[in-house]
Every structure is written in C-alpha cells, then in structure tokens.
Design a protein around this ligand. Structure first.
Ligand SMILES: [Zn+2]
Length: 84
C-alpha cells in the first residue's frame, strides 16, 4: 500500500499519464480507498488547467507547494538547457 505522500508526489505524472503501468495501478487503487488523495488529485487536475492561464489559484497549501516544486524543477531543467 502506497503512502499518501507517495501518491501525492506522483499525482502530476499520474495525471499526465507518464507513469509506468504498475505505478498507475498502485495509485489508482490507493485513490479508490483514500478520499484525501482523491481530493488532492482533483485539485491538482484543476491546477493543471489553471496553470495555462497563469492565475494564482487558492488551494490547500500542500498540493500547491508540491505542484510549484514540480514546476520549479521543470523550469530549472529548461533554464539549464537554454543557457548552453
Ligand atoms: Zn492517500
């Protein structure tokens, strides 16, 4: 059984369908049993849509912090590529 933190850390990859089949199944089965992670999933899904509009969504801190972290790390990669 996955921990909530492990599920929530992988939500973006899960929503982008970037996870391996086995991981996706593990997360799906966790989501079936865990209302908290289902909530986090729907918030993350909403944020993905909002991100394109560059708004500042008011959502629970944990989800946003994790999403921001993921966005930040993607940006770091982009900057590194650009600076070459
Ligand atoms: Zn959970």
């Amino acid at each position: 059984m996955l921990k909530c933190i492990e599920v929530q850390d992988n939500l973006i990859a899960f929503l982008k369908e970037e996870l391996a089949e086995g991981e996706r199944i593990r997360i799906q089965s966790h989501l079936r049993e865990c209302g908290q992670c289902r909530q986090a999933r729907s918030e993350t899904d909403k944020l993905r849509g909002l991100f394109h509009l560059e708004t500042s969504p008011a959502v629970s801190g944990g989800v946003w912090a994790r999403l921001a972290e993921s966005i930040k790390s993607e940006k770091t990669v982009t900057v590194k590529i650009r600076s070459k």
